[in-house]
Ligand binder design. Sequence first.
Ligand code: GCU
Length: 622
Amino acid sequence: MLRLWASMLRIMNKKLIALAAVSVCFALPDMLAAGIPGEVPAAPQIINIRARDCRTLDGQWKYIVDPYGNGYYNYRLVPNPVGDTFFADKSFDADRTKLIEYNFDRNYTLNVPGDWNTQDDKLYYYEGKLWYRTKFDYSKPEGKRVFLYFGAVNYEAVVALNGEKICRHTGGFTPFNIEVTDKIKDGENSLVVMVDNTRDKDGIPTDNCDWWNYGGITRSVCIVETPGTFIRDYSVQLDKSYRSIYGYVHLDGCTAPEKVTLSIPELKLSATVTADASGYAEFNLKARPELWSPENPKLYNVTISCGEDSVDDRIGFRIIETKGTDILLNGKKVFCRGVSIHEEAPFSNGRIVSAEQDRILLGWAKEMGCNFVRLAHYPHNEDMVRLAEEMGLMVWSEIPVYWTISWKNPDTYANARQQLVDMITRDINRANVVVWSVANETPLSDERLAFLSALIDTARELDPTRLISAAMEKEKMADGRWTVDDPLISKTDLISFNQYMGWYTGNSDICADAVWVFPEEKPVFISEFGAGALYGFHGDRTERFTEEYMADCYRQNIKMMTERMPGLAGTTPWVLKDFRSPRRALAGIQDDFNRKGLISEQGQKKTAFHIMKEWYRSLMDK
Ligand code: GCU
């Protein structure tokens, strides 16, 4: 059975690789998803959206809460014709002789971007369908193509423009764009998005996770205008020889060979190559750029142009690889002084909606002495990655293949794979992204191994320049020693795992005589360790949730890791900031917050923060 499943995944992978660039909005083959009749074929991801001709649709959108799907189904739960759904954006007040039981204009507003849970107390725990509607005036530019771009919508979005359903997208943390050139109108347009954040056991993530299920249009929305033929996505990488820069460009809309020029003025580089009729072009240019590193986060202005289109980006060049148990950055051994981060805003503690909020979190990481951040457990917003790049922070980026996934479901696999493709496509030019992670704490099984191995194969096909790994789990051996006994290690570049010695495993003293052995000569990376405490709650070091307990657990773990973890190459303790989770019910201590933050949700630094800061400072001096 397993062989059949694994070979099915390989076949599916091949089919999907051919479609890798095809978009997220259900342009996938029928076997993968029941699309929407009459939907517009969506467009492959357009990257570096900030460099495009964009008009924002961010702001206050009207909304209707719809727990029974009443705006979509009839009373027999059969989808209504679109004219009888909220997508039609009709109004009771427009013609009161008709029975129209809704009117967006009468309703309340939500800020876009933003989760709904923290914008309205009535929506704090809400899981279900919620309709967003915005109206905008537009005048169609001559000879241009027009796309709608969504930074992210959690979890499923069905998009309609002027009463016509045009796209369904699944996955709460990756961008998607839809071509609307022939759908958008001169004058007033109505854009309606039905969002459903209902957890799904076959979803990615599944219906059980340790973070708040923030629903909504959580990242920015904009209208993108492009020439008829435009530069859709590209990759610009440093060769492992350190002597050339190579990569590719995907044009969109061309039917004949086109000239594409790549220039990096500071390197006095400019080269023109020819894209084939499919719009694909490759380049390989001699160059010896200054290297990106945490100490010197050097970025170059890069311009790619083709016909009327020209895209500017800021790109760094570095080589990341492993050698034995070492992680090498630009050929030199590096210890990843990291911390794990959820994409939750400081102070307000909803989904992050601004680069300023990103900057606060990353600033706390820098203050702690970090050169690395694990952006858990899903792709964070693009600003977070780009800011980290400018600030000299390496990034571990991850898709939410988390805990008990439906390993045998081909739709689940296709969903995971699409989210992986979109994460890599969006950030492939970010020098600071050094690890793609395909999973977190997934229970061992043959089907899980096949599923994750296929994802790793996909990541390597799409991007041979980065380390690929996952957050695995520890095991206790018969002789009492500790290890990571996971067959996935044969596929990953790191032995990266989460260990909670002293929190979920025993009390902190368990660290004192723990002995660790690892099955392969690969860098050991502790993707999570830590303990919880309520800021300002004090007591004995044996009392859970006191700052003294947390501090002692950190001290003992640091001692254990530095003295008895052979091949340790990095750590990302869990977690930078206390964050919301419905799994954290202890009144007066947790109150819906996971308290493993080194910093409270109000920005107060716990004792353990200073212990980590001291440890990382000691590592810097080495
Ligand atoms: C797990 C998991 C985290 C979770 C943490 C915890 O390791 O990866 O997402 O929040 O443990 O229990 O606090």
